[in-house]
Design a protein around this ligand. Sequence first.
Ligand code: FE
Length: 132
Amino acid sequence: MSDTTQTTEDEWRVKLDPTQFAVLREGATEPAFTGKYWNEKRPGVYTCAGCGTELFSSDTKYESGSGWPSFFTPLAEGRIVEKTDTSHGMVRTEILCANCGGHLGHVFPDGPQPTGLRYCVNSASLELAPED
Ligand code: FE
């Protein structure tokens, strides 16, 4: 993964809280139904908690039942990069912030139309900028 922000590990440790650091910089997964956004319904834009890049719109958020905030598409092309993840004995597609390289979650082919995709994201990777 690349980090166009050139932020060092020490700087990330200062900038992020311990949970955000574990998820964004070390690829951890928050337990289901524990994050601050899995049941969030306010309209707005979800930005990367690491670098502020606008990643997802609440318009594409849906109830997946997974316990993590789920979206059927990113806000725009090029905001997210994908990488094959073979950890934990599974083959999954990891999703990362294209700007800072922060780990967001995974994308699965079981989402709703029109994309059929489920972008399954850790709340710790996101910061909601509410519309009002
Ligand atoms: Fe980022």
